[in-house]
Design a protein around this ligand. Structure first.
Ligand code: NDP
Length: 317
């Protein structure tokens, strides 16, 4: 039979096209884990994902209760879990004051990192019990996490600092992981550093014992997705043009989705702990390579500290 992959945020952009690419192989049943069920049903049909190759299940990553409910619903479906893709994210570059989740946490770090952190931890057991030889857990990264690369040099740069905001419980008045003043763009980048740290710490803790391949990827600059929906309208028009014509970094949603699908399913990506990239300038038929992550994202002590504090915040410790 088919293998099962869960993809978070499969109702848009990269996640939607990753779902389509995997479904089209005929080898995968895709569980689209999304917060908006009617929207997901509509876009799945619009892009032509074969009817019998997907299931839509509710998941709101901005609610820890919803994450737990999703895992329970998934288990009740009786499917084995063979791959998990943590893809959903929010980016709110114009926000001046933090928004909060029902749990009281700053929305972008809670959605992009904490919700996924809980999901990964709960679903480790399911992946371990997978019947396939090489179960995988893939977390989306981004070049903006990494000041070593050109795309990561633009301020504000991510910095988790001493994780004071997490240490203090991450509720009001705290909204940033480092405990400093709210900055929405930095909050997004910080959350993506946490995504990479989580992947590396998962690898360190569970690769050998659980036989799971953990990896991340930067799919390229997908300048047309809804990720930029909260940006200035002019930015939404100019950014794709800039990426297409000036930086050469432009990647279509379809291509980015296909890259995610490769990392999930092709044998050559079975390297646990790796962060894959296709570079910042797009070249035809370019092969993926392992990209070095930022200093902060490769800091083992920070990874452990981030892990322990996140576990407390999501109620695991
Ligand atoms: P989109 O905005 O197109 O898609 C984001 C997805 O996340 C949507 O399906 C959205 O659901 C979902 N989502 C948001 N909040 C929640 C929530 N609380 N619970 C469940 N799902 C939620 O963005 P992209 O496709 O561009 O981004 C996908 C991933 O790729 C992200 O991790 C991003 O960091 C990464 N990435 C993107 C790049 C780019 O240039 N676009 C570059 C590098 C990395 P809904 O449809 O309901 O809004």
């Amino acid at each position: 039979g088919k293998s099962t992959v869960v993809i978070t945020g499969a109702s848009s952009g990269v996640g939607l096209y990753a779902a389509k690419a995997l479904a089209q192989t005929g080898k995968w049943h895709v569980v689209m884990a999304c917060r908006n069920l009617p929207k997901t049903e509509k876009v799945a049909q619009d892009v032509g994902i074969p009817q019998d190759s997907y299931t839509i299940m509710h998941l709101d990553l901005a609610s820890l209760e919803s994450v737990r409910q999703f895992v329970s619903n998934f288990r009740q479906s009786g499917r084995s879990l063979d791959a998990l893709v943590c893809n959903a994210a929010v980016y709110m570059p114009l926000l001046k004051e933090p928004k909060r989740t029902v749990d009281g946490y700053e929305l972008s770090v809670a959605t992009n990192h904490l919700g996924h952190f809980l999901l990964c931890n709960l679903m480790l057991e399911d992946l371990k019990n997978s019947s396939v030889a090489d179960p995988r857990l893939v977390i989306l990264g981004t070049v903006t996490h990494n000041p070593k690369e050109l795309g990561g040099k633009i301020p504000p740069r991510p910095d988790l600092g001493e994780l004071k905001g997490f240490e203090e419980g991450f509720k009001e008045p705290y909204s940033m992981i480092d405990g400093k003043k709210f900055n929405s763009v930095k909050a997004y980048k910080d959350s993506k550093v946490c995504n990479v740290l989580t992947m590396r710490e998962l690898h360190r803790r569970f690769h050998k014992s659980h036989g799971i391949t953990f990896s991340s990827l930067y799919p390229g600059c997908v300048a047309t997705t809804a990720l930029f929906r909260d940006h200035y309208r002019l930015f939404q028009i100019l950014f794709p043009l800039f990426q297409r014509n000036i930086t050469g970094g432009f990647v279509s949603e379809e291509e980015a989705g296909a890259r995610v699908a490769e990392v999930v399913s092709l044998p050559e990506y079975n390297m646990s702990g790796a962060y894959w990239s296709w570079g910042n300038r797009q070249k035809k038929n370019r092969k993926a390579f392992i990209q070095e992550v930022s200093d902060e994202a490769s800091d083992g002590d920070k990874a452990e500290r981030m892990w322990e504090l996140s576990a407390k915040l999501v109620g695991l410790a």
